[in-house]
Design a binder for this molecule. Structure first.
Ligand SMILES: CC(C)(COP(=O)(O)OP(=O)(O)OC[C@H]1O[C@@H](n2cnc3c(N)ncnc32)[C@H](O)[C@@H]1OP(=O)(O)O)[C@@H](O)C(=O)NCCC(=O)NCCS
Length: 253
């Protein structure tokens, strides 16, 4: 991160209108549907209410502008990390709420998202936000950080299976994808694909409105920002988008 930024970190606990500001932030930082419109995202507000200390923002002090957001949740995971669930981010959100309501003691931290506004990208702010996330885990004696990572350039290759995409490398032998590469450089191990991390199942007309396209017949369609094609099925009046992400694992012990 460049040192010309006069910034500070603030958590949702310390900023009363954090949620409203983060909604406005997402509208500015994410173009299009993905990924905040997936079905599991319905739990987002409930998680914000029970775990405000796990949401944090990088604020530019002079302007008070939110320039990056980090979002994570504590969960219970007793299994082998090689067996992290297929449902990735959706699992993490459901599990965190269930653990909270059942009074279970979380033992790991799961990232939900790190987002930087477009004009501040390419300054390694995401690595700074990742360091901050690790600190949240360590302060709470959580021994690991897991991340259902959404590769940032995969949407340009929607026809390539994720299994192939994650094997692509740059000239330095690091992952081709910049976001996977950033995790590896920050000490993560790539564990496995979570094939059903973020799903959107909806009627065909709702899909047409969502992506501003027409789907005249049953088939697969490339959609803006999608990591793989949308499946349209006229027999069931249904469009299914089931997004794979990639489990990354940081040992913080
Ligand atoms: C992913 C994201 C958080 C990275 O933040 P960042 O602060 O730009 O990260 P960095 O400056 O450390 O850059 C990380 C890598 O991405 C590359 N990168 C940054 N912006 C890029 C862009 N627009 N296109 C392609 N690569 C880009 C950088 O070159 C760097 O790779 P390298 O140094 O190995 O070449 C940011 O791009 C973002 O907010 N994207 C939208 C939200 C998202 O996809 N979040 C991740 C899933 S939750």
């Amino acid at each position: 991160m460049k040192d010309d930024l006069n910034f500070h970190i603030i958590t949702a606990l310390e900023m009363p209108n954090f949620y409203e500001r983060s909604i406005a932030f997402f509208e500015q930082a994410w173009s299009g549907v993905f990924p905040h419109d997936f079905d599991g995202d319905k739990d987002s507000f409930a998680l914000y209410q029970v775990y405000p200390e796990y949401r944090y923002a990088l604020i530019e002090t002079a302007t008070q502008q939110m320039i990056a957001l980090g979002n994570c949740v504590p969960v219970v995971w007793e299994g082998n990390f090689e067996r992290l669930p297929d449902e990735g981010v959706t699992w993490a959100m459901t599990q965190a709420l269930a653990d909270h309501s059942q009074g279970n003691q979380p033992n790991i931290l799961c990232a939900l998202a790190i987002t930087v506004i477009p004009e501040y990208r390419g300054r390694q702010i995401s690595s700074f936000m990742l360091q901050q996330m690790k600190k949240i885990a360590q302060d709470r004696k959580l021994a690991s950080l897991i991340v259902p990572a959404r590769p940032t350039l995969k949407h340009l290759y929607p026809l390539t299976p994720m299994e192939r995409y994650i094997t692509w490398q740059n000239e330095h032998g690091l992952p081709f994808d910049p976001w996977l590469r950033t995790h590896i450089r920050n000490g993560a191990n790539l564990v496995r694909i979570c094939p059903k991390s973020a799903s959107i199942i909806d009627t065909i007309s709702n899909w047409e409105a969502r992506v501003n396209m027409r789907f005249p017949e049953t088939g697969d369609y490339i959609i803006p920002g999608g990591l793989l094609p949308l499946k349209i099925d006229y027999t069931n009046n249904q469009g299914s988008y089931i997004e794979p992400n990639v489990w990354m694992y940081y040992n913080l012990a």
